[in-house]
Design a protein around this ligand. Sequence first.
Ligand code: FES
Ligand SMILES: [Fe+2]
Length: 392
Amino acid sequence: MYINFWYAAERSGKLAADAPIRVRMLSHEFVLFRDSKGKAHCLSDTCIHRGAALSGGKIKGDCVQCPYHGWQYNGDGRCVNIPSLGPEGRTKVPPRGQVDAYPTEERYGLIFVFLGDLPEQERPPIMPIPEWDKDGWRASAAMDYHWDANYERAVENGLDPAHNEFVHPTHGYSGEREGYKVNELRFEQHEHGFSFVHTFQAPPLKNWIMKRIRNYDGPLDVGTGHHGPNGLYTYIHLTPTKWFHQYVWETPVDEHYLRTFLVSLRNCIIPKNKWLLGIADKQTDKRNFAIAEQDRVVIEKLDPVCTPAERSTRELLMPADKAILLYRERLEQWDAKGWRIDADELKRMHAKRNVVYAIPSPARRESKTWVLDPVPLVEPKPAAQPLRAVGA
Ligand code: FES
Ligand SMILES: [Fe+2]
């Protein structure tokens, strides 16, 4: 798990104007709330007075009010009111009266939070959706679901061209086709990740809507890529002109549990009639969820839950796993920047039950007066030699 990336925290529609909510990401608790103008904010959820969860409190104007003794924090994380000091002194808050506040942006029907301390100009951007609002494209509402799995395993699954044949009957022949193989992967490198295109043989679609698009056996192009450690996109070109593009944010709740946020777009099955359009959206969501379920049953049982510590010797990788290796090499680049959370140390300290940390926010670069220590990070070390698959 890494600091210094944007994470999808919640669907926009889930955050009401009048009630804060608690969200767990990167093994830490956060509070999301809206100010009087409706702008979403994200703070560390631990009140620095005596540790109550701010998310259990109320909205007061532009602040969230702690449920325990009523301290009020604004969207910048500043405590602006300590009621126990009385009417004369309640706004005289000491400099340490602040919690971490994280840059927050609503886009694509989701609330994104930048969990890290980088200044604005150095932050890797939110994974863009170029088709969003483009003529001829239709986005169905963002979906989310939970898996008992490590988020990097889920990203690797998305970057794995060999599983489609066996896991997804809609994309493959369940291993029953003579001559099956993974074809060449055509890679492209990008600033925050890479992508590749894979052409493979796929059967006709069976669903009553989908078979109107593709009712033949033949080649199918799938483009896949990642953006940062937690963003993934898949372009399924069912025919040369009928396309489905999916954007997925894998949010690590902790090392063993994830939330997936999915925004699905298509340039086909967009009836003019509103009622039919609603049905088409529902069918698309249903299909996406069914496909994710096919993945879930496999990914939740991967052992070990996270990728093996000695990766090069505890797996036997093939050329079809090349994208997995490249993704791990990218992770090592972020390790080298010192952005990886020290999950072992975190677990050890949390087991004591008398320590809580905060993910460092950008304000920590300016101010040194904080009550909570920042989360322990793994000491940066240079990226290791590239990992290689057998025959790659
Ligand atoms: S614990 Fe929050 S006000 Fe006391
Ligand atoms: Fe899959």
